[in-house]
Design a protein around this ligand. Structure first.
Ligand code: TYD
Length: 222
């Protein structure tokens, strides 16, 4: 059943600047009076936060790729039932910090499980629900790792289990996003994530605003 709300997901490799851009986007939508809900994956619910801690604990070395994939979908199923579907049914704009495209990119390509098995699982866990619009903040993995390194200012102590992966892993993840983008260019918009925060945010709004306008959520004032 099509939802009455509008579902936006934001994607990209670790260090692409997603968190900052999502915060700015949610603030801007609130300022425009758009009923907006921020959702997060993995996490977003009490159950999801427990699953998230298993997934991201850097001491959790032995986790199998398939276990990892199933846990991301377990968190997603809970988030869908508890947070995302009710908000969409209530007519809200849901901005989701990652969704199934992350599983295709990270587990399908990064871990080598293949996009097809992730898609099968998505059909079981999410039915036909997918974002109306996905913003892929694209950046060179080497540049993203350099950013993350600066943020930590010394050592890898603060890195979670996924962030501790090597450059080759993030090159595969990026390739995964590129494939999905090539398959569904209407839904997934590539946003160049290099440049200043405000330059990238202008690109984000240039992608989001017309889509919201077309659905009647915002009205152009000039
Ligand atoms: P996230 O909370 O978005 O991390 P950050 O805000 O630091 O970018 O995601 C946590 C990690 O989980 C991130 O490395 C991406 C990874 N991830 C997957 O591997 N598969 C998934 O399906 C999702 C949602 C996230």
């Amino acid at each position: 059943m099509p939802s009455v709300g509008f579902f936006v997901s934001v994607e990209g490799i670790d260090g692409c600047g997603k968190t900052t851009q999502i915060r700015l986007l949610v603030e801007r939508l609130a300022a425009l009076g758009v009923p907006t809900l921020l959702a997060q994956e993995p996490g977003g619910t009490a159950t999801g936060r427990l699953i998230r801690s298993v997934l991201l604990d850097a001491r959790n070395h032995g986790i199998e790729p398939m276990t990892e994939l199933l846990l991301f979908f377990a968190s997603r199923a809970q988030n869908l039932a508890e947070v995302i579907r009710p908000a969409l049914d209530a007519g809200q704009v849901v901005v989701c910090d990652r969704f199934t495209d992350a599983s295709v990119a990270y587990q399908g390509y990064g871990r080598g499980l293949g996009a097809a098995s992730v898609q099968q699982l998505s059909e079981v866990a999410c039915g036909d629900l997918q974002p109306d619009l996905t913003l892929w903040l694209d950046i060179e993995p080497a540049a993203a790792l350099a950013r993350a390194g600066k943020r930590e200012s010394g050592g890898s102590a603060g890195r979670d289990r996924m962030e501790s992966e090597a450059l080759e892993f993030f090159l595969r993840v990026r390739e995964g996003y590129a494939h999905t983008h090539a398959d569904q260019p209407q839904r997934i918009r590539r946003i160049a994530a290099d440049g200043s925060v405000s330059e990238v945010f202008d690109r984000v709004m240039a992608a989001v605003f017309p889509a919201l306008e077309a659905r009647g959520f915002v009205v152009r004032s000039n």
